[in-house]
Design a binder for this molecule. Sequence first.
Ligand SMILES: Nc1ncnc2c1ncn2[C@@H]1O[C@H](COP(=O)(O)OP(=O)(O)OP(=O)(O)O)[C@@H](O)[C@H]1O
Ligand SMILES: [Mg+2]
Length: 256
Amino acid sequence: MPDPILSLQNATIQFGGLVAVDNVTFDINPGELFGLIGPNGAGKTTCFNLVTGVYKPTSGNILFKGKVINGIPPHKVAKLGIARTFQNIRLFGALSVLDNVVIGGFLRNQTNIFASMAYLPGAIRETERLRDQAMALLEVMDLADEANGRASDLPYGKQRRLEIARAMATQPDLLLLDEPAAGMNPQESEDLMNTVRKLRDDFGKTVLLIEHDMKFVMNLCERIVVLDHGEEIARGVPVEIRSHPEVIKAYLGEAC
Ligand SMILES: Nc1ncnc2c1ncn2[C@@H]1O[C@H](COP(=O)(O)OP(=O)(O)OP(=O)(O)O)[C@@H](O)[C@H]1O
Ligand SMILES: [Mg+2]
């Protein structure tokens, strides 16, 4: 068994009287497609916020490649090799589709966006390289034809794909996707499933994803952890999760 790329060890965070994530423990192996599911308010996005340094756990640990990363600020976590997308899309709407991805690339590079704007020679070369890289990522995400359009003009489903392209531009080892298929029609959702699989198969990414679209999760993920009220209620392969009584109960409760 390889060493896990990400471990949550009794991760807990409390906001006032609410324990949003309660003693959650799981390991993700390199190259896995791993699902984190559960009803609204279960603590899924809060887990992402713990992993990416937005919040520090009240107790427990988060380990990335064997090192404790609790309390490391988000920009440093990103540099370590963890990238995320957001449940509520966060793009630079007024910028071009291409520039949104180029910005992701600055994180990993010598030059910075200010040197680039000052037209320093080294920075210009670097920026050109990042533009080439960004264009290649737009191809992968099937957005190359939209490269020069404004990000805010893209239809919703394509904005979600653009967020993934931007996350990929930081050259992460671990990709966290928060409801990547939200708002997509069945065809868009199926296409995205194939793309995410490609990010793992062809680019070696490890993927942890949150998703309410059960077809998406069950067809894509190899292992799944289910949270409810901050606590783990089930874990297993999709076929186990689909028929798990606690999971059915939690989701039925949500529908009532
Ligand atoms: N900063 C915060 N302060 C107080 N409460 C918070 C904070 N962040 C999250 N919570 C609470 O923690 C709980 C878990 O929220 P979280 O956003 O992680 O749920 P989720 O599983 O992602 O749900 P959804 O499927 O609706 O996105 C909720 O009750 C939420 O209101
Ligand atoms: Mg959420």
